[in-house]
Design a protein around this ligand. Sequence first.
Ligand code: PLP
Length: 415
Amino acid sequence: MIPPSLPDAEKVDALRELIPATRAGIYLNAGTCGPIPAESQRAMDEQTARELVVGRAAPDLWPEALARAEEARASVAAVMVADPADIALTHSTTDGLNAVIASLPWRPGDRVLTTNHEHPGGLGPLLALRERLGVEVERVDVGDGGDPDRVVGAFASALQRPARAIVASHVLWTTGAVLPVGRLGELGRESGAITVIDGAQSAGAIPVALDELGVDAYAMPGQKWLLGPEGMGALWVRRQFAEATVPALAGYGSYAAFEFEAPRLHPGARRFEVAGFHRPSVVGFARSLGWLTMYVGVPWMQERAVRLARGTADRLAAIPGVTVVTPLPVQGTLVSFRIRGWTAAQALAEVAPRAMAVLRDLPAIDALRLSIGFWTTEAELDRVAAVVEHVARHTPETLPPRRIAVLGSDGRPID
Ligand SMILES: Cc1ncc(COP(=O)(O)O)c(C=O)c1O
């Protein structure tokens, strides 16, 4: 047990011991997939081992599977400040966005507003609507997303023509800007548009109270900032909206009772669940959420990660030749930047191995992106900044090649 009074540096060391992937390199890509706590992996392994021995088919195992799913919903609700009845389990952010977007009563010629920075996970469902039904998809230009008034103004002006929905990310996966989604929800309510939020880069990363946010639906991944397994996610749906909506996709997961003449959908968000889940992943997802809530501390982890991200952005911005793309001061846990004279792909190929770091490039905006978590240390960020500084002093043509050390049997480099 980690005593809550432990100073930060000791607490981080102790937590990193429990997240083995932090030892495999500098882990700066939770924006794609977070590192899994050993405890969650153990819980998944135990469930898998049990299934191998006792099977998965005995009817008396079903109530337990349902209880585990309920535990996962409640654990999401605890981190995201929501009522568990408003949470559905999904397989991913994209899955949750599709479930809601496809369930709106679209008609050919309807209009949907989104931003010019959406991930294919949020854009995909809209482009499919455009192809299938002729829905008009309009990308509202929010700049880099860093000016909340500009974002709200741009949507307000686009809403002068009616739209059925607003689909926007809470944190842009490109620039890392935090959008004023509560204010977009307000615009949506005033104009009769449903507001659907992509929470892929916000859920677990920054404080979010879904109960109070004022949007209609919010889709989240398990595998990123909530440190869960892949294949799990969650969807929050405002109660009244959920209960007024018949899901486009439905199955035994959606219904409380299958009376043929008068079927009853689950109340609340659960009607957006369709079928079953990989039980070890449900268990692992719940365990990661529980671990973050009970062991790490959600406010602590979010405050630390945003503070480190801010410091890193300021540090990178001070390096000659480096441009930080993330609007300052950084509000989330993503920091995107460019190095003059380098494409992002070229810079990634040098920075990642030289710093022994896992990060990514963003071809869409030609930038590198760091995802900074509570497990990240100041020393790791110093190392990355030093490597960026070194690379930025050169061009791809002048950068001295990396020396690859070959170690002899005595552990010393052989020239
Ligand atoms: C903003 C955003 N939306 C959606 C996704 C896709 O998430 P998922 O794999 O959970 O569907 C990502 C990242 O992969 C993302 O950054």
